[in-house]
Every structure is written in C-alpha cells, then in structure tokens.
Design a protein around this ligand. Sequence first.
Ligand SMILES: [Zn+2]
Length: 462
Amino acid sequence: MRFEISRVMDTIEQRLTTDVTLAQAVVDLGEVARFMSLDGGRPINLLRLGMVVDALSRYLIDAGAMLYPVAGREVLSEAALTSKERMVLGRWADDGLIEVTPVVADRPVEIADFTGLPLIVVRDVPQYAARFPWLTDSPERILRLTPRAGGAVLTPGGEPSPPKDGKERLVVVGKATLPIVPPDPDDPATEKPMAEPVTAADETSADSALEEPAGETAAEPSAKPDQDKGGRPDGLQSFTARGAQRFGRTRVVRRRFTRSEPSGVGASLMARQWRCKEPDCPAFGEYRRIGQPVPRMRGGVPACPRHGEAVKDAGPRPAAFAVAVVVEDLARRRFVVDAARPVVVGREPSDPDDISVGAWLHEAAAAWIAKEHVRLSVEAGRLVVTDLADNGTLIWKRSSPDIKEETERIYRKSYRLDGWDSIELYTGVELVVGDHRLQTVVGSEPASVLLDAPTVAMRLVD
Ligand SMILES: [Zn+2]
C-alpha cells in the first residue's frame, strides 16, 4: 500500500504549483487536509488535497488543473500526519510546489486578490472583507468546497448548494451548466459505470433538469456529435460508478468563471521579479526553477511569505504564458512558456522537459503529428509558435471568442499569436493559451488523481 500512496502523492504533486502563471486556484492546504467531512477519516490527511485537485478539475473541466496551496508552517510538522506525508510536504515546500508561511491568515485571499485566481474555501472568510471587498461584492470568485458522493465539489458563490427536492443536486455548478441525468434511486442502472451512450430521451430529461444561472449560459447542442467518443468515462470509474455525473455528448460553450483581473497592487507586484535575502528561499530564491509567486504585502512593503523579510526588486518579470494541451475538447495538461526557455511540443520530443502529446493520440493523429511538431517561445512579450513539421501547423485566428474564425496553415515558419488564436496540431489536438478554451465536450471527465489510492478508492464506492 505504501507504494500506491507514493504514486498518488506523485500524481497530486504534478498538479501543484506556486507559479502564478500556471496556477488556476488558491487554497489553504491545512484547512482542506483537516476537512474531515470530505471522507470521514483521520483528523488530518494529505490525500484530501487530491480531492481538491479532482474537484477543481471537474469544476474547470480541465484534466490538468493546477492548484496553488498555502500551508502554515505548523502543518509541516503536524504529528497527526504520517511520516510519509510529512516527508512529501517537506519536499513540496522545498520545490516551491506549495507555499509555506508562518501564519496563513489572509494569505490565500491576498494571493487571490493579487492574481485574480479563484479562492477555494471550506468556510466563508468575512473577516477579510474589509481589506478585500470583493469577498462580498464578487462572490463568484470564491469556490466553496463541500463533500459530495464520496468526493468533493466546488460551488461558486461561497455558499454550499442546497439539496433540491430532498436529493443531492448533482449539477456541476458554474456559469455554464452541464447536462446531467438525475440518478433515479430506484434504478439499479444508476449505480453502474456508464457504458452506454446517453439517448435522446435522456438528454431531454437532462435539459429539463438544468437550472438557469443568472446572466449568461450557453449550452449548445453540437451540430455534429462525436460518434466514437460515446459517453464513456475517461478512465474514471469511481465517480461515474456513483451515478453522480452522467454526461451526454453536448458541447458546452465555456462562460464559467476562471479568473478575475489582478488587483492594482497585484498587477504591479506581478510585473516585477523579486529576490529574498535567503538564497535558498523556495519562493524568491536564486535557485527557483519555476515562475515566481507574488510577495506578501507587509505594512506596504513586499515581503517573502516564507521568511517575512522584505524582498528586493530584481527587475521586470519576463513575460510568461500558460498553455493548455487540449485533446478532444478536454484540457489534459498545462505548462508555461517564458522568454528564458522555448518549449517543444510533439508526439515524442527528445528532451523530457518538453511536452509530449503522444499519450492522447489515436493512430491517425500519431501518424500525422511529428515527434517535435512545434516550438513555442516568447519574443518581445508575445507568444510565438514555430512549425517544425512536414505536415505544417494550423493556426485558428480569433480576435475575440465570438469572432468568425479564420485559419492559416504555416510550414516551417513562425507566427505571433494574438487574442484568442489557437494552434492545431491535428484535428482535435490543440494548444490553447491560458483559459481561452471556447468549448468543451462533457462526454469524458477528467481522471482522478486519487485512482491509485486504495483507501480513498474504497471510500469512494462505500
Ligand atoms: Zn524567502
């Protein structure tokens, strides 16, 4: 079992970052690790962080969703953790995958304010609303974590979603609603993994179960449903086995809240690089290999969250872009491109630090996409794609999400991306900047990071 737990920790680890370009939500690690209602287990358990990663994945419909955890220093030596968990936490802290700070207090809220990232909470934080008025004015920026069907779910607005008609409301809540088939408690079929495609009749009943959120919603039935994708769960039995979320093959235009504008202070802080006096500092030290977090503000002075001392301005922060690998309309992985190092994407790039899409390709796509297909770089503050392949690379040009698309195929040349442009390596295999995904198919679901955890898996099907 120790082996499986290590593997799960490694999987969770890949989804943690304190790089503000890469992160997609911020959370107080100690608070969720102690959130016993999630699984009814030990007083503190690091696997609960994996449940948060899973919940974020399902909320964003992003199998590569990245979480920014903030941990109070006391959590690292918490006696109720296993020695393995303490060791893993220490490693994550040293690698800058989690932020460690003497007192958490309003630090996660501050990060959310400075970066615009959504804030994941277990309970409301009205005590910080005086410093951060958006806590009450823009409740959609708060994602409330609640237990649901053996896992966890995120609900925007800070308030837990009330049960409907005495049943759990199983809609994935966002600004776009997803079609679901409400489980029938008398129907044993709802307890089985969904292998059959959703029928037209099912979709009708799902539509009638949709609730209309205030403002915009845009669930658009696809003009040409992807026949071979079916309603199969994407390797994830544990959630679908509960009948918790059964998806039809409906394309959903994404209008879900993903990120706000950074606050004025945050924008100024993120425009600069910062240096901590401690050379080994995982947050602002010389040896940090990933992009920086934002400093903490202490009495109007930018300070290191780990060491508390003022950080030094080390010049402008180089432009960096988060890029998502989107396959069959589901984001699978997220990475950063910055001016310091171009990133090659292809079926099987020779450098392990580059990005391979090989794992997600069917035969025709694998035959088409070169081992090293494109190079992404940052030049003069803009993201540039260079085609490296015989078959060329298709650019989808969009100045806004709604503009009519134009395409251009580039061969062995470069193109500066703008607006909502995206890069297509092969039909259904795209590189998308930031959170600029236009639509997603909810026929498959992000896989859980906890699939290898025997204890959690057993709990999930209890
Ligand atoms: Zn420091």
